[in-house]
Write a protein that binds this ligand. Structure first.
Ligand SMILES: [Zn+2]
Length: 458
């Protein structure tokens, strides 16, 4: 019996999907910059949810969006003198490379918000017709905004466990907005000068962020879905607003049966975030400890507890992955060494059933690795036990493959990159280009950016 903590009820609940296929929607990235390891945590957690459900025999349909239109995208594209499309493509490619190297199973559908605008317009029109939304003039645009009327949905606040009164007290109106009440939120924003925009019944404009996820989950997964996931910072307002929009539009309640939220990665006492500038990119993490190392690091903490970053814990995770790899891959004769694999299977499943308790699941893997090593040292064949270790490691997305050559070489690549930077500063371009080309020949690509040079192995 699988149990998850449901943010909606604040209870640990038995998981029972509605149909034959588990439907799962996870909020995706806004591709305006490289993703950091805080984002990696969320995608690893929901990949584990999916892998575990599949291991238990469920079919899973997973949809995850790209928020490819956003104030930050427009601002950054303008600053870098690129089109928003060019900027988005660059960072989506980078994100997909990161996910591949983290061994994340790609979603079944990866919709782009900008390609679903007609669907969003249809929902917004429907909400206006039903009295849940209203058009209002904007002082920042020659066209109108559309807002959601929070007071029309009596159970608004049920996910974040806030009352409408407290929301009214906390909200404020930005200058230029003509909301009926401060807690109302934008479904559609009238276009400002020189912004990407779409035609709509309210003139030129673009959708708000929250309506994207409502439109894409409705289109690809239907009115009611089993699991909706994301970081806990999305509970309010994003997910609260998604519920309000989708339930008001479709009439099907609840829109989501299990709301799962992961805690965030901390740097010291603060949340790791772009805006605070205290982040480590996924690529840096991958170059340091590899995909298995980074995944294992995320799993050392329960997904609902904050994960503290330090070089030491990251290094320990890499060593842990190496230990598992050695136990699983050292050649051995057939046999299970007399190890009771069923007990390990039961312990692993019990840990994962218990709200995805990955620290305990990892402990089972390490205990099994120890047993395998002991039995092999005693001259027993353990190939069967090794295959089982690889199977349950795979449920956690660990590949334990041989050949972490790029990782072993990472300090040397870093050194070459540093020397190249110094050569470029001294205008020794012939030599610096030779380093870049030589590394390219070894499938290592350098990328020069405003914060220096980064590298990745293809
Ligand atoms: Zn979302």
């Amino acid at each position: 019996m699988i149990r998850f903590t449901n943010t909606l009820s604040r209870q640990v609940e038995e998981f029972k999907p509605e149909g034959d296929t588990v439907t799962m929607y996870v909020c995706g990235v806004t591709p305006y910059d490289a993703s950091h390891i805080g984002h990696a945590m969320s995608y690893v957690v929901f990949d584990n949810v999916k892998r575990y459900l599949m291991w238990k025999g469920f079919a899973v349909k997973h949809v995850q969006n790209f928020t490819d239109i956003d104030d930050r995208i427009i601002e950054r594209a303008n600053r870098l003198k690129m089109t928003t499309d060019e900027l988005v493509e660059k960072y989506i490619n980078m994100y997909c490379d990161d996910m591949r190297d983290l061994n994340i199973i790609p979603p079944d559908v990866y919709p782009y918000a900008t390609r679903e605008v007609p669907e969003m317009i249809e929902i917004i029109s429907g909400l206006i017709e039903k009295g849940y939304a209203y058009e209002a003039p904007s002082h920042l645009s020659e066209w109108s905004d559309v807002y959601y009327r929070v007071s029309a949905k009596k159970d608004y606040g049920k996910l974040s466990h806030r009352t409408q009164d407290s929301l009214m007290a906390g909200a404020r109106v930005e200058s230029g907005e003509e909301k009926e009440t401060p807690a109302d939120f934008a479904l559609w924003k009238g276009a400002k000068k020189d912004e990407p925009s779409w035609d709509s019944p309210w003139g030129k404009g673009r959708p708000g962020w929250h309506i994207e996820c409502s439109a894409m989950s409705l289109k690809y997964l239907g009115e009611r879905i089993d699991i909706h996931g994301g970081g806990e910072d999305l509970i309010f307002p994003h997910h609260e607003n998604e519920i309000a929009q989708t339930e008001a539009y479709s009439g099907a309640v609840p829109f989501v049966r299990y709301w799962l939220h992961n805690a965030w990665v901390k740097m010291g006492d603060e949340k790791m975030s772009k805006s605070l500038g205290n982040f480590i990119t996924i690529r840096d993490g991958l170059n340091k400890v590899g995909g298995d190392g980074l995944r294992l690091w995320v799993m050392t903490s329960h997904y609902r507890k904050p994960l503290s970053f330090s070089e030491a814990t990251l290094e320990a995770a890499k060593n842990g992955a190496d230990r598992l790899r050695t136990a699983a891959r050292t050649p051995s004769e057939p046999g299970d060494g007399g190890i009771d694999l069923n007990t390990f299977r039961e312990r692993f499943a019990a840990a994962m059933d218990d709200d995805l308790n990955t620290p305990q699941a990892l402990a089972v893997l390490f205990d099994l690795a120890k047993e395998i090593n002991r039995c092999r040292d005693e001259g027993k064949g353990v190939a069967g036990a090794q295959a089982f270790l690889l199977e349950i490691a795979g449920v956690l997305g660990l590949k334990l493959e041989e050949g972490g050559a790029a990782i072993e070489a990472a300090p040397f690549v870093d050194l070459l990159v540093q020397i190249r930077t110094e050569l470029r500063a001294a205008k020794q371009f012939a030599l610096s280009d030779r380093i870049r080309d030589g590394l390219a020949g070894l499938s290592i690509t350098l990328e020069d950016g405003p914060q220096g040079t980064t590298w990745k192995q293809d």
